[in-house]
Design a protein. Sequence first.
Length: 459
Amino acid sequence: MKPIYYPEPFRIKSVEPLKMLTRAERERKIAEAGYNVFSLASRDVYIDLLTDSGTGAMSSDQWAGVMLGDESYAGADCYYKVQENAKEIFGFDYIQLVHQGRAAEKVLLPILLEGKKYAIANMHFDTTRAHVELAGARAIDCTVKEALDTTKYYPFKGNMDTDRLEEHIKELGAENIGVIIMTITNNSAGGQPVSVANIRKTRDIAHKYGIKFMIDAARYAENSYFVKQREEEFKNSTIEEIVKASFEGADCFTMSAKKDAIVNMGGLIGCRDKAVFELVKQRCISFEGFITYGGMSGRDIEALARGLKEGIDEHYLRYRIGQMEYLAARLDEAGIAYQSPVGGHAVFVDAKKLLPHIPYYEFPAQALAIELYLEAGIRACDIGSYMLGNDPDTGKQLEADFEFTRLAIPRRVYTQSHLDVIADALINIKERASSIKGYKIVEEPPILRHFTAKLKPLG
């Protein structure tokens, strides 16, 4: 089937020049970076798919808002605009600004995990897992088994395995579990959506056992679009109605606004319990700054207030998801496996299938990410054993359920031609896949190593 491309619901008003280094220059740059794509200078990257977090293009309305940002230390006008919009969208009484998603986790998770041993999620993302461990607890993933088969269609591969969740609760003891987390969309499982039915069932299980239920809401709008397309109950619902249904009954949420609110910096915490919110505010003052600016400039807060509304526009979301579908269709034509159906913010290429000769402890997804840079100046990201890291108790390398090379597409940034360059690069790599070697870590920190570790090629 010919790939379908949904045209952009905007026109381009400003452009940023790009350049492509030669193959020899790219070889030198990645070696100097210790074969860690995070250590590359952005000027040496042609198409940057490292992350969709904070890398989107703001609208003319958001840029206009930047000039109106109130930079007052306390009680800035833009703070109240964010409060109004966030309360309207999510239905929470208490909203706290923070500067990004991991700041929200740093503030909230130690409160929920105090005196507790475990957090259970459909799948923890890297920073969530790190903050669970920094709070002295252990992170347990509980994704549905359908997610493990990357080539088989299943509408909601991000779902929580609720049967296994109850088994974990009974085995570990509800009194030892501080929080049950639902990540929407489920990033580490391939940007896969979660159904509202599954959110409700997970929430009910959490409350049955007296455990707090939290939503990681970084990509809540994209998740809601998938729900509208795939969940019968909501086929005639608006995105706003689906968001309300998704968050109904959740005790709290964290959000990196750098994704679905389409801003370069910002985050939110939502609470229903006033006592928990008071603790959040005090920790925010210690870590983020005063509660009405939460570590952000007034101009960024104003852009966030407007971006919250833009991110739930259905025309925009159709184009946004359409970019992933177009790139995935090009990979289908070439027989390149990815987590199917395609996710909301990225295409997760199955590096285990593309590079089956590289074992998990030689990091096939990282090897593919490096090869993409060498091939066409494309910076992608490992979502596999390299990112998962070592067991915090034994220090041994963990084996991830997936070895994904994530192609995270920034919002409103790249065109169809850029997507074709990405597809063509992967096709070229596939033709010489058997010659690609794995990597060995030569230097690493104990937590979140993939940001700063250094590697060397094997063979």
